[in-house]
Design a protein around this ligand. Sequence first.
Ligand code: ATP
Length: 287
Amino acid sequence: MSALIPRRAPLDAPRAAAAHVAVSGLSLWFGGLKALTDVSFEVRPGTITALIGPNGAGKTSLFNCISGFYRPRAGRIVLDGADITATHPPARARAGLARTFQNIALFKGMTVLDNIKLGRHAHMKTNLLQALAYWGAARREEMELRAEVEREIIDFLEIDHIRNKPVASLSYGLQKRVELARALAMRPRLLMLDEPVAGMNREETEDMARFILDVKEEWGISILMVEHDMGMVMDISDHVVVLNFGKVIAQGPPAEVQRDPEVAAAYLGSGDPAELMRRLAAPREAA
Ligand SMILES: Nc1ncnc2c1ncn2[C@@H]1O[C@H](COP(=O)(O)OP(=O)(O)OP(=O)(O)O)[C@@H](O)[C@H]1O
C-alpha cells in the first residue's frame, strides 16, 4: 500500500514508553458458552498486534477483557509486569490503556476539540483535597501541557480545519479519526483499536492505516487492534493472532499466518492457504 509510507512526525510529538502486555490462559464464559478458552499472546512494546478471526470468534470478548469491561473466568492480563486482571477500566486507563470502539463513541453534538479534551478526563483529579492542593502552578502547567498535547494531536491527524465543527457534521472517516484523536489525548502506552477501518472506503482505509503506522513509529505506542480488513491487517501488523471459536489457532508474523492451513480453513472452510492468499491480494471493495 503505497500510501503507507511513513510521514515525518511533528518534531515535538510526545514519545510514550510503549507498553508490554502479556495475556495468559484467559478464559471467559457467558453462561454455558465458552467465548474464550485458554487464550495466550503478547503485545510487544512498540509493535502492532492484530486480533483476527471469523464472526463470533471471540475478538470483542477478548478486547473487553483487556480493557476491563469483562472479568475473565481464568487467566491473567499483565501490563508492564503488573497484574491488571482485576482492575477496573478507569484504573487501566490511568495505567496507559486507551481504546476506540467498533461503533463510534463520540459526543456528536460537541465539537471535535471538546471531544478530544474529554479524552484527558481519565487523568483528572477527582478528590477535592487533591484538587485544592493541585490548584496553582502545577495545575497551570498541566493545563498548558494539555493544550500542547491537543495541538500536537490535531496537527498530527490533520484535523485542524474541523476542530470547531460539531462531530455530527463530519464524514464517517473523519469521525473515526476524531475517535483516534480522543484516544491519543489520553496519552496511552497501549492503544486498542476496535475495527478502526470498518465501514470505510478505500481512501479512508489507507489514510487510517497510515495514521496507525505513524502512531506506532513516531509516537512509540504499542497497538492492539481487532480488524476484519485482512489486506490492511497484513500490511501494517507485526504480529497477528488468529482466534476461532474462542481459541488461538495461529499466531505469528502476517506472512506466516496467511500460509497456515488452519487459518485458511477457519476463513474459507477449504483449508487452502493459496486461495486465502489470492483473496487477500484481491483489491478491496470501496464501502
Ligand atoms: N454479552 C454476551 N452475552 C452472551 N454471549 C455473548 C456476549 N458477547 C458475546 N457473546 C458470544 O460470545 C462469542 C464471541 O463473541 P464476540 O463478539 O467476542 O466475537 P467476535 O469475534 O468479536 O465477533 P464479530 O467479528 O462478529 O464482532 C459469540 O458466540 C457471541 O455470541
